[in-house]
Design a protein. Structure first.
Lengths: 151, 271
């Protein structure tokens, strides 16, 4: 008799434990996304989320597809390796035709000085201009041609 | 290992039959667990669907790394502006996925460099006269190092940040709680909390561009080619030749983070 009672309390604990375990596994299926753990300890769909962003910069190839004249002009110049969008800004919507507005022309002074302002931190071989010695005001593009700088 | 003394004890009390039963039970259960585990993993892959929706991009064929040439950087900040525009990063200061630092180093005291980065170099660097003649000064672009043993992914309590199979450290915005643990863990200070979503944010190496065959925005706009991206799984990638022929260094190698941004011409004073 006492032996049976001794077992009964063990069964009750075992039953509770089993129910708890079952609840844990059921809850787990609800809280953990289906694709969690395919590659590692994360949701595989997060890769697709990161990939789904729209682009803002069209890339050099897209620019010269239409503007081949400027592309050819720049080919032999010292600005040959400067991407169009470095100065002209992000123009993916312009390239895809989603934005009919004509892109704003970059400022002919601040755009230039961002790179060419004299600074001891810049590599010595890089062409630099001490503005106060060279030209205190006026746009750089009055004398220099940005697509094929020769001066 | 821990079962050996157990079995020895069972034999000692002469309960050999029970022990055999237990061993068989354990083996059977183990086999069942292993099989069902494998089956469930396979099922997960099936229900998750094809992971790469872009047909021409195979995750398994890429391992992205970057080369940053300190000797070429002119501190124009084109990369910073491009990054903010491309990735919709808050324009206020202190939110940067990439930024440029200016180092001013006394060659005799490289332990204490003067470092500044006005607005992350978003507007370039203002003119700054260096009084002493024998001073060393240069620019260092910084961004996520996309470490292959990244401390930031190890501390995430919910699996919201991870190293992708193609070597990019990404954030799952749906799962991130904004607990800031990863922000503290990154030894390079490359993470911040986006005030609009209260989730962690960082450089994705322009994953949305890489997978479309485009260059990351910072690499695209760099006018001097100070930033280059390469796929180390492609044996024909010129980066292999570059890494072989240049003396490159990663930031904080003592942290053993497996950083994949290789700096050419990096000065010892850079932290």
């Amino acid at each position: 008799m006492s032996d049976r009672h001794d077992r009964a309390h063990l069964y009750r604990v075992a039953a509770l434990f089993a129910v708890g375990l079952l609840l844990f596994f059921v809850a787990r299926t609800f809280f953990i996304p289906k694709d969690f753990g395919v590659y590692g300890h994360y949701r595989a769909g997060a890769l697709d989320d990161a990939r789904a962003r729209p682009i803002a910069y069209a890339g050099q190839a897209a620019c010269v597809e239409c503007h081949s004249d400027v592309g050819d002009l720049r080919k032999t110049s010292s600005h040959a390796h400067v991407s169009c969008e470095t100065c002209h800004g992000p123009l993916a919507k312009h390239a895809s035709g989603d934005d009919p507005a004509k892109p704003v022309r970059p400022d002919g002074r601040t755009t230039c000085t961002r790179c060419h302002l004299k600074s001891p931190s810049k590599p010595a071989a890089f062409p630099q201009i001490a503005l106060h010695e060279h030209a205190d005001e006026g746009p750089c593009i009055a004398c220099h041609t940005p697509h094929a700088p020769k001066l | 290992m821990h079962r050996v003394p157990h079995a020895a004890r069972a034999e000692a009390v002469g309960d050999a039959v029970t022990e055999t039963g237990r061993r068989e039970f354990l083996l059977q259960t183990g086999r069942l667990l292993i099989l069902s585990g494998a089956a469930s993993a396979a099922w997960d892959a099936v229900v998750a669907g094809e992971p790469s929706r872009s047909p021409n991009y195979a995750v398994s064929e890429h391992w992205w790394a970057m080369v940053i040439d300190v000797e070429k950087c002119i501190g124009c900040g084109s990369c910073v502006r491009a990054c903010k525009a491309e990735n919709n990063v808050p324009l206020e200061p202190y939110y940067f996925r990439t930024w440029v630092e200016r180092y001013i180093v006394d060659p005799e005291d490289p332990e204490h460099p003067i470092v500044d980065s006005p607005n992350g170099a978003y507007d370039g660097f203002p003119e700054r006269s260096v009084k002493r003649a024998n001073i060393k000064t240069f620019f260092v672009p910084k961004l996520c190092n996309h470490c292959s043993h990244s401390p930031c992914t190890q501390v995430c309590p919910v699996g919201a940040t991870f190293e992708s199979p193609d070597g990019v450290v990404l954030i799952d915005k749906e799962r991130c709680l904004g607990c800031r643990y990863c922000v503290q863990a990154c030894p390079y200070g490359c993470r911040f909390i986006d005030p609009r979503t209260s989730t962690a944010d960082k450089c994705t190496l322009c994953y949305h561009r890489l997978t479309k065959g485009l260059l990351p925005a910072c690499v695209e706009v760099c006018p001097v080619g100070a930033r280059q991206i390469g796929n180390l799984k492609d044996p024909n990638d010129p980066m292999h030749e570059y890494l072989r022929t240049h003396k490159v260094q990663v930031l904080k190698p003592q942290m053993a983070t497996g950083a994949k941004n290789y700096y050419n011409g990096l000065d010892g004073s850079v932290r």
